[in-house]
Design a protein around this ligand. Structure first.
Ligand code: HEC
Ligand code: HEC
Ligand code: HEC
Ligand code: HEC
Ligand code: HEC
Ligand code: HEC
Ligand code: HEC
Ligand code: HEC
Length: 187
């Protein structure tokens, strides 16, 4: 399971020997062998692999070319999706197997996939009749999970400074980004 010992095994083995050995021995590779030919993946895992380090290479890569083409695991073989929404099942939209703790995504990531864990935000934005209601989550929470852009990043200094100086912020008049210009009735 551990890849820690793997590096020492690379010493003294020439590339020609390695390549000649692929066809014959590939089916029987063990975790300690991977570093000989896939140093960058082994190093990436050691650095950012999180709990996947303990899972081990061969638990996910069952078999090897040429016997097995594309020996890739299905994430849902070991994990439940975050919700029943189909977009939440596209794990690769947010996760990379060799760096599972870093959640990064494209601007157009489906809002419903975020909504798996942020139901309130999804519902509020979905109900908004303002132009914010048409924007997907990734437009304002760009690239990395947890990132949030400020109002000014998109709107600049729209209103006169002299007026703005008298208010604590945009929220005084526009409420929140998800529930823009909508002031719920007080209970
Ligand atoms: C002797 C060198 C060697 C060793 C050892 C080795 N590999 Fe590979 N691996 C290769 C080569 C060469 C390819 C490209 C093969 C191809 O595309 O036909 C490859 C391809 C792969 C692929 C991509 C397959 C695909 O079709 O997309 C994976 C995944 C992989 N190796 C995982 C591993 C794992 C995990 C280990 C250790 C258990 C390992 N390899 C050990 C040489 C090696
Ligand atoms: C062979 C089983 C297996 C497969 C396949 C697998 N995982 Fe995991 N994963 C685990 C285990 C075991 C843990 C640790 C769980 C724990 O301790 O709670 C884990 C942890 C994680 C974590 C938390 C990481 C951390 O360090 O906290 C994420 C995120 C994750 N997996 C995503 C994925 C994704 C995305 C895929 C598909 C590319 C995937 N996993 C495939 C077994 C697997
Ligand atoms: C939790 C499951 C998991 C573990 C553990 C894991 N991998 Fe992978 N690996 C994947 C997945 C999924 C892909 C396909 C990546 C993609 O689609 O971008 C992949 C891709 C690869 C590839 C193809 C080239 C590339 O980078 O896309 C190689 C080689 C590889 N892994 C080697 C390893 C080695 C060596 C280890 C152990 C140090 C390892 N993997 C551990 C799931 C895993
Ligand atoms: C829209 C982005 C997104 C998608 C798509 C996504 N995830 Fe996640 N996932 C996250 C975020 C964000 C976290 C971290 C949550 C936290 O900080 O607690 C996470 C955490 C995890 C964890 C570790 C915490 C836990 O819940 O056990 C696992 C395992 C995981 N995801 C697996 C998956 C799998 C498997 C899929 C595909 C079926 C998937 N994720 C799809 C964003 C996503
Ligand atoms: C697996 C569940 C999960 C998914 C999927 C998920 N999040 Fe989160 N998110 C969390 C949790 C848990 C927190 C609070 C803990 C934290 O700060 O990490 C959080 C916090 C946040 C925060 C606030 C960070 C802060 O510092 O206050 C933002 C913004 C956010 N998520 C946006 C998103 C966006 C956008 C998506 C879709 C790309 C998404 N999340 C997908 C679980 C998730
Ligand atoms: C990622 C960019 C982005 C961020 C961040 C952002 N907005 Fe917007 N906002 C837009 C876009 C795009 C529109 C629609 C512009 C258009 O179509 O003319 C808009 C429209 C608006 C409107 C007009 C609504 C309507 O329906 O007419 C107001 C008011 C507004 N934003 C206020 C805010 C406030 C306050 C914040 C911070 C809490 C904020 N915005 C953050 C992109 C952003
Ligand atoms: C128009 C830009 C914009 C869009 C679109 C947007 N957000 Fe936000 N979000 C913000 C801003 C700005 C904040 C900081 C609080 C505020 O001013 O409303 C925030 C705060 C958050 C927070 C932390 C505080 C809270 O309210 O829970 C989470 C989580 C979050 N957003 C998730 C999401 C999700 C999920 C989506 C998609 C359904 C989304 N956001 C869409 C701009 C946006
Ligand atoms: C004193 C109250 C007040 C404050 C504070 C305020 N606004 Fe406004 N804002 C307004 C009013 C009133 C309108 C015009 C609304 C309309 O026409 O429906 C407006 C309109 C807008 C529009 C739409 C402009 C257009 O061309 O359609 C945007 C975007 C906007 N504000 C962003 C912001 C941002 C960003 C901040 C914080 C820097 C902010 N506002 C602070 C009162 C305010």
């Amino acid at each position: 399971m551990s890849t820690g010992r793997a590096r020492s095994l690379a010493v003294g083995i020439g590339l020609g020997v390695l390549m000649a050995g692929i066809a014959a021995a590939s089916a029987a590779y063990r975790d300690a062998d991977c570093v000989r030919c896939h140093r960058s993946q082994v190093e990436a895992m050691a650095k950012g692999g999180g709990k996947h380090v303990d899972v081990g290479c061969t638990s996910c890569h069952d078999g090897h070319p040429p016997e097995v083409r594309k020996p890739y695991p299905v994430c849902t073989g070991c994990h439940e999706p975050h919700s029943a929404d189909p977009s939440a099942a596209d794990c690769a939209a947010c996760h990379r197997a060799h760096a599972p703790k870093r959640v990064a995504y494209a601007v157009g990531v489906p809002s419903a996939a975020c909504g798996a864990c942020h139901q309130d935000a999804l519902a509020q934005l979905g109900a908004s009749t303002t132009k914010h209601g048409r924007l997907s989550c990734g437009v304002c929470h760009r690239a990395e999970h947890g990132a949030t852009m400020g109002c000014g990043d998109c709107h600049g200094r729209l209103h006169p400074e002299a007026i703005m100086a008298r208010f604590a912020g945009c929220a005084d008049c526009h409420h929140t980004a998800h529930d823009l210009n909508h002031w719920p009735a007080k209970p």
